[in-house]
Design a protein around this ligand. Structure first.
Ligand code: ATP
Ligand code: MG
Length: 559
């Protein structure tokens, strides 16, 4: 991890292969040296961290080359799409820090134009209406090593095709009874070129066009033509579309329109999670998680609720770069990026997650001292705050051992520790519950000369502990999130199992902690470093009466 460079150095990294293509095009004055990219989500689910990579890449290139980036909804499948998804996608892109300005488009805006393009192909004898069922079409498609069989409807005349296609549009035929297919080559070694379907009949209400249409273009027929209409210069997509590229180019060439260039890169795969929208939807619908924005989800809204910042995600996207071959990125790299960002930004506070009471026997009763604590040692401008200190405090149960090994530098009978921003204390004795043997009180003495400003304030002891004053501490619900799956690649399920068999049963633990009173009025989404523990954020459910914090990440990698 040491070689991960700071923000400034990153702009000097060598060009990735997409930037090389673009710079080559700029040098050769391709497309009048314009750079115009797009992010084309299908509004059939919430965006995930993989989409974030694509957003950062497309909008990042637009920015870097003083070009433009469109947001385009690829909304060609009315059955699975919804405005809820459209809204969430726009929110997520904005939150990540990108701006499509006035360039918000929908493939459905082009339905009429796409229909006209289909007519062009029919008139050229390059498309025909086929009456075979979906099963028959797939059965006659052949295999990569065996050519497909030509449809008996392939030789229909142009006039008959024009008439049938217009009657398909007019709603005269039931769903699935006819399709429009391209007439290319049933023996092509590329299966995508074996007379692919361009239009299907679907009597379904579209979230934008309502019931205007009952035929809908297939993804392949809509995508490239939409790129062309928007005069996209570099159409960047994931590797699985590489085999679609000849088809992408074929449509553009045969229709005779402006030709964008499709470039493929490797999709982001992340360990210990799943990224397919279908699977994420399943987790939500089956209530395996509490919703799309459950802080364990790899969705952008889940990461946001978890406490991730846009900067950390952009930095992550930049760090992983773009590859031409599929790979899996370790989720600990994402965790590294949020730690790095929150280390700079998050205020430190004291919170005791598993408290045990400490009584300082020689400290005066009824006195409260205001201790001064630094909010962020990485950022002086964050200033200082006051922390109440009194005779009874809480420390972590784990920070005490009755019979410790030599290397234990925390509290133990007869040993001294420093209380962060306060005094050095020494353990004198413990009180146990006679029934359970559990320690209920740790009795200590303090050295009054050891707080800041006193003669022995610099006296060294081996350990420093965080603490909260018992009387002043505020209780808070803490949601300790962990990885959603316990298997590195949940998609790679054993025989007879599915990814859901690898859900981590300990992905959420609820505890009640004692936190310092300064956070009583903490706002939703505020981020803190709980000293010595980790980074936490105020959850959406939090109120001043019932504080709720989510753990973003532990302070140190624990895996
Ligand atoms: P899923 O497979 O999860 O359903 P998708 O690719 O069908 O995702 P789209 O809405 O079509 O989802 O994706 C929008 C854009 O985001 C596409 O250009 C797609 O290539 C890109 N994208 C999707 N998943 C990833 C990923 N894991 N890494 C990088 N880019 C991705
Ligand atoms: Mg897709």
């Amino acid at each position: 991890m040491e070689e991960i460079k700071g923000q400034e150095e990153k702009s000097e990294r060598s060009l990735n292969f997409i930037e090389e293509i673009i710079e080559d095009d700029l040098r050769n004055n391709v497309n009048e040296s314009r750079v115009h990219t797009r992010f084309p989500p299908e509004p059939n689910g919430y965006l995930h961290i993989g989409h974030a990579k694509s957003i950062c890449l497309n909008f990042g290139l637009g920015k870097k080359y003083q070009g433009k980036t469109n947001l385009r909804f690829d909304d060609t499948n009315p059955v699975k799409e919804d405005v809820e998804y459209v809204d969430s996608i726009m929110e997520d892109v904005k939150w990540l820090g990108f701006d499509w300005e006035d360039r918000l488009y929908y493939a459905s805006d082009y339905f009429e134009q796409l229909y006209e393009y289909a007519i062009i192909l029919i008139k050229k004898g390059k498309a025909y209406v086929c009456d075979m069922s979906a099963e028959e079409i797939s059965e006659t498609r052949g295999t990569p090593s065996r050519p497909g069989k030509e449809s008996p409807y392939r030789s229909r005349s142009v006039d008959e095709n024009l008439e049938l296609f217009s009657r398909m549009r007019a709603g005269e035929f039931p769903d699935g009874s006819k399709v429009l297919r391209a007439k290319i080559d049933m023996a092509s070694p590329n299966m995508q070129m074996r007379d692919p379907v361009l239009y299907r009949i679907l009597h379904a209400t579209h979230h934008r066009t309502g019931d205007t249409w009952c035929i809908y273009p297939m993804y392949d027929f809509a995508h490239g033509q939409s790129d062309s209409i928007e005069r996209i210069t570099h159409s960047i997509c994931t590797l699985e579309f590489e085999v679609h590229r000849p088809l992408y180019d074929w449509f553009i060439r045969e229709i005779g329109i402006y030709a964008p260039r499709q470039i493929e890169f490797a999709r982001l795969n992340l360990s210990y999670t799943v990224m397919s929208k279908r699977k994420l939807l399943e987790l939500v619908q089956e209530k395996q998680v509490k919703g799309w924005d459950d802080p364990r989800m790899p969705t952008i809204c889940g990461l946001r609720r978890r406490g991730y910042t846009p900067e950390s995600i952009r930095n992550f996207a930049d760090t992983i770069g773009v590859a031409k071959r599929d790979n899996v990125i370790d989720v600990s790299l994402l965790e590294f990026c949020i730690r790095e960002d929150l280390n700079k930004k998050a205020s430190r506070i004291m919170a005791v997650l598993n408290p045990v009471r400490v009584i300082i026997d020689n400290y005066p009763d009824g006195i409260v001292e205001e201790m001064e604590a630094i909010n962020n040692p990485e950022d002086e401008t964050k200033g200082k705050r006051h922390l109440p200190f009194s005779k009874e405090i809480f420390i972590e149960r784990d920070d005490f051992m009755e019979d410790p090994p030599n290397k234990f530098f925390r509290l133990a009978p007869g040993r001294e520790v420093r209380l962060k921003a306060a005094y050095i204390i020494r353990c004198e004795r413990v009180v146990k519950d006679p029934g359970t043997g559990e320690i209920t009180e740790i009795h200590c003495t303090y050295d009054p000369q050891t707080k800041s400003g006193m003669p022995d304030s610099n006296r060294k002891v081996k350990g420093t502990l965080h603490w909260v004053s018992a009387k002043h501490a505020v209780e808070a619900e803490i949601r300790l999130y962990d990885r959603l799956f316990s298997k590195e690649n949940p998609d790679d399920a054993e025989e007879g199992k599915t990814y859901k068999d690898y859900l981590n049963p300990d992905s959420l633990k609820l505890i009640t902690a004692k936190v310092e009173p300064s956070v009583r009025n903490a706002g939703i989404s505020e981020k803190y470093q709980f000293e010595r523990i980790g980074y936490f954020t105020v959850d959406y459910d939090s109120t001043p009466e019932n504080l709720v914090f989510n753990r973003v990440v532990p302070l140190k990698a624990s895996w």
